[in-house]
Design a binder for this molecule. Structure first.
Ligand SMILES: *[C@@H]1O[C@H](CO)[C@@H](O)[C@H](O)[C@H]1NC(C)=O
Ligand SMILES: *[C@@H]1O[C@H](CO)[C@@H](O)[C@H](O)[C@H]1NC(C)=O
Ligand SMILES: *[C@@H]1O[C@H](CO)[C@@H](O)[C@H](O)[C@H]1NC(C)=O
Ligand SMILES: *[C@@H]1O[C@H](CO)[C@@H](O)[C@H](O)[C@H]1NC(C)=O
Length: 599
């Protein structure tokens, strides 16, 4: 009997351990080294089904279970995560990232100001609830040559894109340095091309992406935020998400993964519902701003006669892909008629002559005004594209480059205080206030009323403090750990000549994303400080009000539920249910045995 009792007790405790035990899968992404799972006092060596994913299974009887990972770098160095992770029962086994606590963060969504662009096909690539990981492998010497001369041609590379849901490998990709003046700064920006896997599949329908460093913004979220609001307004916008970058095993830093506006895959997704464009189906031009250049100019979209060699036309460049005609021929055939059309609209007031959609243009300008786009069309005519769907005979204005916004990029006081009636402030010698398409549109009192209505609608929706502030906080929370990782990393440019002393700290980051008090600083100020002054001034000038609560009669902008492969982790769910079924049999068997022995 004594023996039986002892055995009974033993079985009871075994049963307690196993009664609800499940085999649970844990997955971690590790760029270097061999990870171990630390759980229930055990250290479980992890296996790699494919790089950079590592997996292990553990028996778990109590949820939430606490665990974390360690890495052995193989050179005598190891690293333990300094925090505890938690997994609830039935929670998906996502690909976690070593040493980052946040795998997924569901951001508060912005209310939609206007209907979504009807030619848009969203890409799963821009699910923004996590920081993606990009791992590049390429020839080290070629890479160093690229850093020495950033104009060098692309270097062949293997590029891995890893998310909490999937790992995608592209063996035939190419990497090069992107940007203009940013080629001189310490943290370089990259372009990755030819993202097609062995089966010809692209990265969620994008074959080219940019990784923008944008060292000039201590908050690191301004461009993303601007793009989010453009999405809420339903305007064409390069999409944007955060990604950490590693090259040849080295940590490079946190970047903006964004669209390359000139890439056909982007244009198709934005203007053609993802369907293919042939080279002759569309035309694309870029307008720049350079009043101090050798041949000074700025892209005000004004008509300066039929002579294509006019100095004011030198600032535009053809960015389409049709090689059958040269750039000048495209300019004459496509771009000049656009400028002429704007002029005809201006002189006749006949809206049918206006090549741009008037509402769309006004919405972009309202956005520039509220967000303080110091480097954008209305203030400095440049930094935009114009796109034409040749088959539909339809032009679109396409704004771009939003790092100098929300109180960053200089002239902050002017951006914050210049009233609508006097905008733009005259910040540049030899650049006046004339913006031909906008001036022509605003001649009509009806359009002026429309413009005011757009401001009101934006303040009621995406710019409402109760909508945008929590989103700013959440975006900042998502990247805070990665910013902390990025700041001390050595920067790769061997010969930086610009902004070499521009070094931001965690304190700058935190103040730029959290503070709201009015600050006098003409170079840069916290996002909310800028917005609250800007909005207060606008509301007073127009005699309008910001409602107590935001409106969401058109719903919320949601990028996390975009359909596409890899959204659910069906496979690991199935594994859990099969193993728990096995484990169910064992305790039941033990219970029967126990009952038999005891009675
Ligand atoms: C890491 O996880 C193990 C196992 O759960 C735990 O004992 C340890 O305290 C954790 N480390 C930290 C820093 O939380
Ligand atoms: C850099 O590379 C470009 C393109 O390959 C070349 O034209 C230029 O001369 C190079 N510059 C230097 C300093 O080597
Ligand atoms: C790619 O585009 C196709 C066609 O528009 C669409 O059906 C598909 O869902 C897209 N795939 C991803 C992964 O976004
Ligand atoms: C993203 O780009 C914008 C400007 O284009 C910049 O404000 C921001 O700092 C960038 N963020 C990161 C993580 O590189």
């Amino acid at each position: 009997m004594k023996y039986h009792k002892a055995l009974g007790l033993l079985l009871v405790s075994t049963q307690a351990l196993l009664i609800n035990a499940e085999k649970v899968t844990f997955k971690v992404l590790a760029v270097n080294g061999q990870p171990t799972l630390n759980i229930n006092g055990q250290k479980i060596q992890m296996e790699s089904p494919y790089y950079p994913l590592f997996e292990a299974e553990a028996d778990v009887s109590q949820f939430p279970v606490q665990y974390n990972y360690s890495i052995d770098y193989g050179n005598g160095e190891t690293k333990d995560e300094a925090f505890t992770r938690k997994r609830e029962q039935n929670e998906d086994a996502l690909n976690e990232f070593f040493d980052r606590q946040i795998t997924i963060l569901n951001h508060p969504r912005l209310p939609r100001a206007y209907e979504e662009l009807d030619t848009l096909e969203l890409s799963k690539l821009y699910d923004d609830n996590y920081v993606a990981t990009i791992i590049v492998k390429c020839d080290e010497n070629q890479l160093n040559d690229l850093y020495q001369n950033t104009s060098n041609t692309a270097v062949k590379a293997q590029v891995i894109y890893a998310s909490p849901y999937a790992v995608k490998t592209f063996n035939d990709a190419q990497i090069l340095i992107s940007g203009q003046s940013t080629r001189q700064v310490p943290k370089l920006s990259y372009k990755i091309k030819n993202l097609k896997n062995d089966k010809g599949k692209e990265l969620y329908n994008r074959s080219t992406i940019k990784l923008r460093a944008e060292h000039m913004d201590p908050s690191l979220i301004r461009d993303k935020l601007y793009g989010d609001i453009l999405n809420s307004i339903g305007l064409p916008a390069a999409q944007n998400r955060f990604a950490r970058l590693f090259i040849n095993g080295e940590s490079i830093g946190l970047f903006n993964l964004t669209d390359d506006i000139t890439s056909k895959s982007y244009l198709e997704a934005t203007f053609n519902k993802g369907k293919q464009f042939s080279d002759e189906d569309y035309s694309l031009f870029k307008g720049d701003f350079c009043p101090s250049c050798e041949s000074p100019g700025f892209g005000d979209l004004g008509y300066y006669g039929e002579d294509p060699t006019n100095g004011m036309y030198a600032i535009y460049s053809y960015k389409g892909s049709d090689k059958k005609a040269n750039a000048e021929e495209h300019f004459i055939k496509e771009f000049l008629p656009l400028l002429k059309g704007i002029q005809d609209y201006d002189t006749s007031g006949d809206a049918s002559k206006m090549p741009f959609d008037i509402d769309t243009f006004l919405k972009y300008m309202a956005m520039e005004f509220i967000a303080g786009g110091v480097d954008n069309y209305w203030n400095k005519p440049g930094n935009f594209y114009v796109f034409k769907d040749l088959k539909k005979n339809q032009w679109y204005f396409h704004d771009s480059d939003f790092h100098f916004t929300f109180g960053c990029g200089g002239s902050v006081t002017a951006m914050k205080t210049t009233p609508l009636a006097e905008y733009p402030p005259l910040l540049e010698e030899n650049v006046g206030k004339e913006r031909p398409p906008l001036d022509a549109i605003r001649k009509s009192p009806e359009n002026e009323e429309k413009f005011k209505g757009i401001f009101q609608r934006l303040l009621n929706t995406a710019f409402h403090p109760k909508a945008i502030y929590p989103r700013i906080d959440s975006l900042a929370n998502l990247i805070r750990e990665d910013v902390e990782w990025d700041i001390p990393l050595p920067k790769v440019n061997p010969n930086p000549t610009l902004d070499t002393d521009l070094k931001f700290t965690m304190e700058d980051f935190n103040s730029h994303v959290t503070e709201e008090i009015d600050v006098e600083n003409d170079d840069r100020m916290p996002i909310k400080s800028f917005l609250s002054t800007r909005i207060n001034n606008l509301v007073q000038e127009l005699g309008i009000q910001v409602p107590t609560e935001f409106e969401n009669n058109l719903g919320l902008v949601d990028f996390s539920s975009i359909e596409g492969e890899d959204t659910s982790n069906a496979i690991s769910r199935i594994m859990i249910s099969i193993t728990s079924w096995k484990l169910f049999i064992i305790p039941t068997f033990l219970t029967i045995l126990y009952v038999k022995l005891f009675y």
